[in-house]
Design a protein around this ligand. Structure first.
Ligand SMILES: [Ca+2]
Ligand SMILES: [Ca+2]
Length: 276
């Protein structure tokens, strides 16, 4: 084991020891490399009783009361991640770690692949009593890369979403969401190994928007790229600052930012105002 790993683990265990089993501590999640050197990965690492987990949901279930889930080695995570209640304050990959929340597992079980590809990747659904941060994750091949609902208050930072067929990021309910320093590309386009082409196959983009704020939600999108969406780039009640919005569709062909005035997620229908 590397010295860095030992130190980081010692820190984590110190937090664990001082905070108690279910208090506001940090837990670690391994990707596809064995961070703690115990020979365990994935679900096996979830159940060995320590504070290192092998799946993101293992880590999420391992904290409560504003805990932090830190992914410490790179890898793919074939799981929908649900953040509800007040358990997780922050979910992030450590700097330099490439953590992919991935719907499609090449060579994996077809039924599981198909179920995942027809579900959202990361779901946040809270009453807003505690804000949540999501940072430095990749989410791809889902219906929505990230779905925020309820009254959630979320910061989404340094996230990359691609190939999600309905939305890169979908914000609903009365949520308040800040999206910063992120890349939302190719929404509405997916070449699935088991479900075929979107668009052009059985699953159509619905609607294939990059970032949508719907219902009574609101927020800000800043320093973010939204490109190559099948539908509009950014729709809804949202402040926009210093974004790159390129090659999305507005129906009218007049740029990439639409105000979706009826909140249905379709930024280019009769209830939308679009401008370059
Ligand atoms: Ca391990
Ligand atoms: Ca473990």
């Amino acid at each position: 084991m590397k010295r860095f790993s030992t130190t980081a683990l010692a820190t984590a265990f110190a937090l664990f020891a001082s905070g108690g089993v279910f208090a506001n501590h940090t837990v670690l999640v391994e990707g596809e490399q064995d961070f703690d050197g115990d020979g365990l990965l994935g679900a096996n690492e979830d159940s060995d009783g320590d504070q290192v987990f092998g799946t993101i949901m293992g880590g999420v279930n391992g904290v409560s009361d504003n805990g932090r889930v830190m992914i410490v080695t790179s890898g793919r995570f074939f799981e929908t991640v649900t953040l509800a209640g007040t358990g997780v304050t922050a979910l992030e990959a450590a700097p330099g770690v490439n953590a992919v929340v991935e719907a499609f597992n090449g060579g994996g079980d077809v039924e599981l692949n198909n179920a995942r590809q027809q579900a959202p990747g990361i779901v946040v659904d809270t009453d807003g009593s505690f804000p949540i941060e999501i940072r430095n994750l990749v989410t791809r091949n889902w219906t929505a890369g990230i779905l925020v609902q309820g009254q959630s208050r979320v910061t989404i930072d340094k996230v990359r979403a691609d190939s999600n067929v309905n939305y890169g990021i979908q914000v609903t309910g009365s949520s308040r969401v800040a999206i910063t320093n992120s890349q939302i590309n190719g929404s509405g386009y997916r070449r699935s190994g088991s479900l075929g082409l979107t668009p052009g196959g059985d699953i159509a983009p619905d609607p294939g928007v990059g970032i949508a704020f719907q219902g009574g939600s609101g927020g800000v999108v800043a320093n973010t790229t939204v490109a190559h969406s099948f539908g509009a780039g950014i729709t809804g009640n949202v402040q926009r600052q210093n974004n790159t919005v390129f090659d999305n569709s507005t129906g009218g062909g007049n740029g990439g930012v639409c105000i979706d005035t009826d909140g249905d997620g379709f930024g280019w229908d009769g209830f939308a105002t679009c401008f370059p």
